[in-house]
Write a protein that binds this ligand. Sequence first.
Ligand SMILES: Cc1cc2nc3c(=O)[nH]c(=O)nc-3n(C[C@H](O)[C@H](O)[C@H](O)COP(=O)(O)OP(=O)(O)OC[C@H]3O[C@@H](n4cnc5c(N)ncnc54)[C@H](O)[C@@H]3O)c2cc1C
Ligand code: FES
Ligand code: FES
Length: 479
Amino acid sequence: MTSNIINFIREDRIIEIKNPDPNETLLNYIRTKLKKTGTKEGCAEGGCGACTVVLGELKNNEINYRAINSCITLLPTLQGKQLIIVEDLISKDGSLHPVQEAMVSCHGSQCGFCTPGFVMALFSMFKQNSNFKDNLIKDSIAGNLCRCTGYQPIIKAAKSLKGKNKNDYFSTNKANTINLLKKINNKSIKIYNKDKKYFAPIYVQDLKKIIKKNPNALFLSGGTDLSLNITKERKDINSIIYMNSIRELNFIKNNNAYIEVGATTPLIDFEYYIKKYYPDFTKILKRYGSPQIRNVGTIAGNIATASPIGDCLPLLLSLNAQIVLQDLKKTKILFLDSFFINYRKTKLKKGQFIHSIRIPLFEKNIFKAYKVSKRFDDDISSVCAAFNLEIIKNKIEVIRIAYGGMAAIPKRARFCEKVLLNSFINDETIHKAKEALEKDFKPINDMRASGLYRMEVAKNLLEKCCVEIKQKKPIGMYV
Ligand SMILES: Cc1cc2nc3c(=O)[nH]c(=O)nc-3n(C[C@H](O)[C@H](O)[C@H](O)COP(=O)(O)OP(=O)(O)OC[C@H]3O[C@@H](n4cnc5c(N)ncnc54)[C@H](O)[C@@H]3O)c2cc1C
Ligand code: FES
Ligand code: FES
C-alpha cells in the first residue's frame, strides 16, 4: 500500500499527517505544530543534543528505543514509529519518570536548556539496558552538551538509576504500543507537496521503479549529512527517496569470507557486530558522532558522502572492502579503493545506489585504527588512520594502510606500504616508512588542523602502530 499520509504513535494514539512538507524537521513539528517546547534547538546540526527525542521501533516483536536528534530528522521519516518527547515522560498523575527524578535529586540541571536532551538520552539508555555501567553512561550522553551544570551531577543521576524499578508507563503499556505499531507498519509513502516530492519505498523493486521515474531525486538514509543542507544551508531538497524504510537493505551477513552490511543498517548495529572481528573498528565508531548520529546514520551514507574525513572510509580501505552498487538492471561490485575520484566525487552514477558493503575477514591479520580529533567525543577527525597487516615469521607479508584527513579523498598510503612490505619492523624501517608518507600525502591547512600537524600525527600513528605490534604480539594473530 502506498499513501501520502504518514502515521506514527504518540501518547497511545495513531497520529496522522496528510501530505507533510518533506523538508520540515521533526523538531519544527514538535515545537510549532504540537506546541510542545520542552525539546530545544541548540545547534540545528546534530551536534549538541538539546533536541534529543526517542523513537520506538518494532524489532523482533519488541520495541527498540533509540535517541535521535530531531533537528536533523525529516518529519515524514516518522512513518511507522513511536515518538516519545520529554513531555511524554511525566505520567498522567503528574509524577516524574525515574530518569527525571534522578536528575532532580542529583541536581543535574541549572539553566535547564540542555536538560530535556539529557533526559531523553538517558531515557533511551534506561529502556534499552539493564546494567548502567560507567562506560555505557558515558557513551549514552556523548552527544549531549551542557554549558553550566557540568557533567558530574548528570553522571551521578545516571548512576543512581542502577537498581531502580524499570517498570515505567512505557513497559506497562508495551503490548498496546506493539499492536499500534503493527497497524501502521509496512506502508510505503509517496508525498507530493507543492514542488517537493518524497518517496519512502519498503522494497528494493519499488525503489528501482521510483528511481526510474525520478532520476534526480536524492537518497536519504540517516540524514546526518544530507539534512544539514536544509537546516544549516537553508536550501530546499525538492525530491527525496528515503532509503531507511527498506528493511531488505537492513542486514548484516557473514559467510566467513566477508561480512556484508546492508545499506540501511544503522552504524550502531554494525558497531556491536564488528567488535568480535575488528575491535578497533568498534573503538573508532564509539567516537563517531554520538549515539543519536549512529542510531540513524549508515556506512552507505558515509561512503556516498565521500568526505575526506569520513571515519569508516580509511578503515574500510585498509580492510580492502568492496561496495555492491545496483541500478535498474545490474549489480556491480567495486573495490572501495577505486570508488573515490576527487573531493566528494565518486564513481556512483545517476540511478545507481549502494546496496551493501563487503568487508573481508582475514585469517591472521592485525588490524589497528586510530582517530585524532580536537575533542574526544562527537568530533570530526583531524586525522584517522587504519593499518591492516599480516606478519609471518616477523616479516610483513601483506600490508594495507589508509588515512583520512590527509588528502582530498580518503586514501591508501602506497609509498609507505611499499617500504614496509617484506620488511621486518625495526627502527630503520619505521623511519623510512614515516618518510615515505611525505610522498603519499600533502595535507592541507584548515580549521581542524594545519598540514604540518596532520603530517606529524600521521607519522606518529604509524610509529605507534609499529611499536604496539612489536611490544605485544596478539596470540595466534601472527607467527
Ligand atoms: C553531529 C554530527 C557528527 C558527525 N560525526 C561524524 C564522525 O565522527 N565521523 C564521520 O565520519 N562522520 C560524521 N558525521 C557525518 C555523517 O554522520 C556521516 O557522513 C554519515 O555516515 C552519513 O550517513 P547517513 O546515513 O546519515 O547519510 P545521509 O545524510 O542520509 O546521506 C549522505 C549522502 O549519501 C547519499 N546516500 C545515502 N544512502 C545512499 C545509498 N544507499 N546509495 C547511494 N547514496 C546514498 C545521500 O544521497 C547523501 O548524498 C557527523 C554528522 C553530524 C551531523
Ligand atoms: S539542536 Fe543541537 S543537536 Fe539538534
Ligand atoms: S543546565 Fe545549562 S546548559 Fe546544561
